[in-house]
Design a protein around this ligand. Structure first.
Ligand SMILES: NC(=O)c1ccc[n+]([C@@H]2O[C@H](COP(=O)([O-])OP(=O)(O)OC[C@H]3O[C@@H](n4cnc5c(N)ncnc54)[C@H](O)[C@@H]3O)[C@@H](O)[C@H]2O)c1
Length: 238
């Protein structure tokens, strides 16, 4: 059985990816800081007969990665997929944003993905696949999103470098760039966030992102590496 680790999988898009991969026969390890939600999500999926475990994981903490990797090694032996999905956001113009909040967003979104690649690399089998979750806010800017956009643009750069470095082990590394997706992350955004600017006129539902993640983790994408796939209902086509 192939094993995937999904960060930030206690809820939202990460949980949807966990459901999709579990249904496709993957063993899934969910890592998150939301222990109550994560434990309940893993139990719900295990009760359906899937192999899904929850482990506490703060992606910004190298020790936390070590302990999750120890669990993966002991329980599964190795990894075939990694989804660096955990992320946080804060909206403020640059002049208003605090260094503390900026640094926290960088630590979780960008450093967390770097630490994930670093920690998982020794356990990733030849032919494995990594998906880093960026955003359309990265390739494009958005007022008030300096820290968020900077980390998501950084994730695309990190993706390309990791793809080059891991190609010799035939490990693929790609990024996805979702547009607006209906999750807790953006539930406070006024008026549906980017919906008015999106040709499809709405945000994506979480399962509309999971198909691309499952594709990128599957052999159907076996020659795709070092690139990003945009899933935005046409938002950036203009
Ligand atoms: N919602 C959107 O419109 C949208 C659009 C593009 C990209 N994204 C990205 O998609 C990813 C998933 O976000 P979502 O929309 O499901 O929102 P979400 O807030 O529901 O999920 C984010 C998850 O990351 C977890 N997390 C936060 N800090 C963590 C840490 N230090 N260690 C481990 N886990 C941590 C949260 O607890 C949560 O479960 C994020 O990277 C986000 O930036 C979201």
């Amino acid at each position: 059985m192939r094993t995937a680790l999904i960060t930030g999988g206690a809820r939202g898009q990460g949980l949807s990816h966990a459901k999709r991969l579990a249904a496709a026969g993957w063993a899934v390890v969910i890592g998150d800081v939301l222990d109550e939600d994560g434990t309940a999500s893993a139990k719900e999926l295990s009760d359906l007969g899937h192999s899904v475990d929850y482990r506490h994981l703060d992606v910004s903490d190298p020790d936390s990665w070590d302990s999750v990797m120890e669990f993966v090694r002991d329980e599964h032996g190795s990894l075939h997929g990694l989804v660096n999905n955990a992320g946080i956001i804060h909206v403020a113009d640059i002049v208003e944003e605090s260094l503390e909040v900026w640094s926290r967003i960088v630590s979780v979104n960008l450093t967390g993905s770097f630490l994930g690649l670093k920690a998982a690399s020794p356990l990733l089998e030849v032919g494995s696949s990594v998906v880093n979750v960026a955003s359309v806010f990265g390739p494009i800017g958005a007022r008030g999103y300096a820290a968020y956009c900077s980390t998501k643009a950084g994730i695309i750069g990190l993706t390309k470098v990791a793809a080059l470095e891991l190609a010799e082990r035939r490990i693929r590394v790609n990024a996805i760039c979702p547009g607006g997706v209906s999750t807790k992350m953006n539930e406070d955004e006024p008026e549906g966030g980017v919906s008015d600017d999106t040709p499809f006129g709405r945000r994506a539902e979480v399962d509309e992102i999971s198909g691309t993640v499952a594709f990128l983790l599957s052999d159907d994408s076996r020659f795709i590496t070092g690139t990003e796939i945009t899933i935005d209902g046409g938002l950036t086509a203009k």
